[in-house]
Write a protein of this length. Structure first.
Length: 242
């Protein structure tokens, strides 16, 4: 089991096929995804790789976090996450991962947080039909109706579907197909929608219900030194102005 990647959701576009049809595509950006630390069975009781992506301001980083990043000789990261891996797929600290970690045509699972909707009623949150418009019902047409019972048990059960906070939950979308990868710009194009708002962080990993394709990079798709320099030049403000 390999580790995944931390990516930022850029937004959605569409790609046109040869027959004129279009496919909805989600664009993900992998921004300087480095290995911060590793977890071993002997020391931590489980095997995992800790990754960090994006850039965080040093003044907003605690001393403990600065020391943690300094041990790996990398700058403070905006997003940090762990991926459970097999012992054979552990990576060294400081290694940068590339979008070539995934191959076009393979399937991946994406983990993200859905867009928060705030407090929502039962009809919007759980798709209730609401109360009737006759037979004595007035004012409460969009309410969820009775939620309790008689004297026994005389309480509302846990997990009862009622009005409440909607969205802002961790959701995993399975079996999204990788249509294309752009190594120079660090982009991954996935077929379909990904949970979360534009600009949010997501975790991309190999699909657990699909077999890995042949030729997959093992233990991971590592960024080459020359490619890293080219990416740094393309993402610099001076290069963008030119």
């Amino acid at each position: 089991m390999r580790c995944g990647l931390i990516a930022r959701k850029v937004g959605m576009i569409r790609l046109f096929s040869a027959d004129g049809g279009h496919v909805p595509v989600t664009v993900l950006e992998v921004d300087q995804c480095h290995v911060i630390a590793t977890r071993t069975m002997e020391r931590d009781g489980y095997v995992a790789v800790q990754l960090g992506a994006g850039l965080a301001k040093v003044k907003n980083t605690t001393k403990a976090q600065r020391g943690h990043f300094a041990a790996a000789r990398i700058v403070p990261k905006r997003k940090v996450a762990e991926f459970r891996v097999s012992s054979a797929f552990l990576l060294e600290r400081g290694v940068e991962l590339s979008v070539k970690h995934f191959l076009p045509g393979q399937f991946v699972d994406v983990v993200g947080r859905t867009i928060g909707k705030g407090f929502a009623g039962a009809m919007k949150r759980h798709h209730f039909s609401g109360l009737e418009a006759s037979h004595g019902v007035s004012v409460a047409h969009r309410s969820h109706g009775s939620t309790g019972q008689r004297q026994d048990p005389g309480r509302v059960f846990k997990n009862k579907r009622m009005a409440g906070h909607m969205g802002d939950q961790r959701v995993t979308t399975l079996n999204l197909k990788v249509l294309k990868t752009d190594e120079k710009r660090g982009l991954i194009l996935l077929k379909g929608a990904v949970p979360g708002a534009a600009g949010g962080w997501v975790l991309v990993r190999d699909a657990v219900k699909r077999k890995l394709p042949g030729g997959i990079p093992l233990p991971a798709g590592v960024q080459d030194v020359m490619e890293r320099e080219d990416v740094a030049v393309m993402r610099s403000p001076v290069a963008q102005e030119e």
